[in-house]
Design a protein around this ligand. Structure first.
Ligand code: 5GP
Length: 344
């Protein structure tokens, strides 16, 4: 056993110091980024926020609402025929990820979709991205589909980011073990990594190799999204912040015929395992929980708030564009208590 004595930080442990600047007003801050990819040829341009591939949030309705500027990772439980129809109809296919797990059937589904449509992004998703099997699966996707832009995860430490970029030949590595709003990995297993430090350390490792990171989980307010970008995230993925909207697929709680709340649950929660795996297997624990999220109307207003927060933050630190936010940032340590979006 070892103890790592370096302080590790979560979003709540820091604030961003304001700075005198000659930067123009917040209205002119450019939030678009353009990325080339390490292992696939094409570039992408847009605002690098990504709807999570949870079955409540990563929906086709969400993809239509957020596109073409923002990204959506469709959840992996859509039937292949629906996915094929979606990608055949979509006028602009450059903003939607097809999510696959690590089973053979997932791989075959992707292969079939690539044959039928012009899928461009895939997300190879596993709760634990630390296994050799996972890296081999990512590598197989790369070898079979050299043109796909591949996001792979989740991990939270630099050596595994490097492994996925080099051995797996991923383009984007998804960062986050334990920070999610409906995740209980930290309490169930004791495993995890404070998300702000994970982003800082993993972005550094990825950027040294011309790879990218997507910060996944733990953003509860627009300021957390800002901190994730300021820490070096190239993309930020959101689950809970996008839950409760019209574009979500969920079980709604209604009063007098009006939506008041949505059931939002982790993809390893009992609810999800009962829905998709026929129950919780005897050797498995639940690493997710279910919460009620208040109904929040259309996602557009929430996105406007998030983007407004990022623009304002850029103006506070003198960044004319999102691209400059990280290098303009000084974090100040301010030890506050950690709480989650949906405390139980
Ligand atoms: P949020 O933005 O809600 O804080 O975090 C969303 C992320 O939490 C997802 O993109 C995914 O990585 C993670 N997540 C979703 N469901 C579960 C779960 O049941 N268990 C764990 N450990 N993580 C989850």
């Amino acid at each position: 056993m070892r103890i790592d004595n370096d302080p590790k930080l979560d979003f709540d442990d820091v604030l961003i110091r304001p700075k005198r600047s000659e930067a123009p007003s917040r209205s002119s801050v450019n939030l678009e980024r353009e990325y080339g990819f390490l292992n696939s040829a094409r570039t992408w341009r847009g605002i690098p926020l990504v709807a999570s591939n949870m079955d409540t949030v990563g929906t086709m309705e969400m993809a239509r609402a957020l596109g073409p500027q923002l990204l959506t990772c469709l959840h992996k439980h859509y039937p292949e025929s629906e996915l094929a129809a979606f990608f055949q109809q979509a006028a602009d296919r450059d903003h939607t990820f097809v999510t696959i797990g690590i089973g053979d059937e997932d791989f075959d589904r992707l292969a079939s979709l690539v044959r039928q449509t012009e899928v461009r992004f895939t997300c190879v998703d596993a709760a634990n991205g630390y296994t050799k099997y996972f890296v081999d699966r990512v590598k197989r996707v790369r070898e079979t589909f050299p043109d796909l832009t591949i996001m792979a995860g989740n991990v939270a430490t630099p050596e595994m980011v490097q492994e996925l970029l080099i051995s797996g030949a991923a383009d984007i590595v998804k960062i986050g073990i334990g920070p999610g709003s409906v995740c209980t990995t930290r309490t169930t297993t004791g495993v995890g990594y404070p998300q702000l430090s994970a982003i800082i350390e993993c972005a550094d490792a990825a950027h040294g190799l011309r790879g990218h990171v997507c910060a996944d989980g733990g953003c509860r307010v627009p300021g957390d999204v800002v901190k994730a970008f300021a820490a070096g995230a190239d993309f930020v993925m959101l689950g809970g912040m996008l839950a409760g909207h019209d574009e979500c697929a969920g079980t709604w709680i209604e009063e007098d015929g009006r939506r008041v709340a949505m059931r939002f649950y982790g993809m390893s929660s009992r609810t999800a395992q009962e829905r998709y795996a026929g129950g919780v297997k005897s050797y498995r624990a639940c690493e997710g929980k279910e919460v009620l999220v208040p109904y929040r109307g259309s996602v557009h207003e929430t996105i406007r708030e998030i983007l407004g927060g990022i623009r304002s933050a850029c103006a506070y630190v003198g960044a004319a564009q999102l691209k400059d936010l990280c290098k303009c940032t000084t974090f100040v340590l301010c030890h506050r208590t950690h709480n989650t979006l949906f405390d139980s």
